[in-house]
Ligand binder design. Sequence first.
Ligand SMILES: [Zn+2]
Ligand SMILES: [Zn+2]
Length: 125
Amino acid sequence: MRGGCHCGAIRFKVTARPYWIGACYCVDCQKISGATHLVFAGFKEGQIELIQGTPKEYFSSTKVTRSFCNTCSSPFIFAYKTNPADVFIPTGVFDDSDTLTPQEHIFASEKPSWVKIGDNYPQNK
Ligand SMILES: [Zn+2]
Ligand SMILES: [Zn+2]
């Protein structure tokens, strides 16, 4: 599967299906997306190939780094400093995200109260 940022500066591909997909409603994801949540797909570090571009990286909290396109600000990689082998990519930056269905909702307690989750997947926290 391939993907990239909105302006096209960053292009990447993944060589495997994600091992996990979850929708995150934490306040950091709300700030970063400018929306109610981000849906992340989890991969192992070696399964992601950067084809072009240089994402900018920063610490969004003491344990988490996030990267994004320095031109259009599309979010890209989320990784834990303590566990860099697990890498998470927002599903919306894939060229086709239709099959990337979340299997759980995380930090659901932080979502805006008007967001109603309409499926029966687990909601954590
Ligand atoms: Zn861009
Ligand atoms: Zn989050």
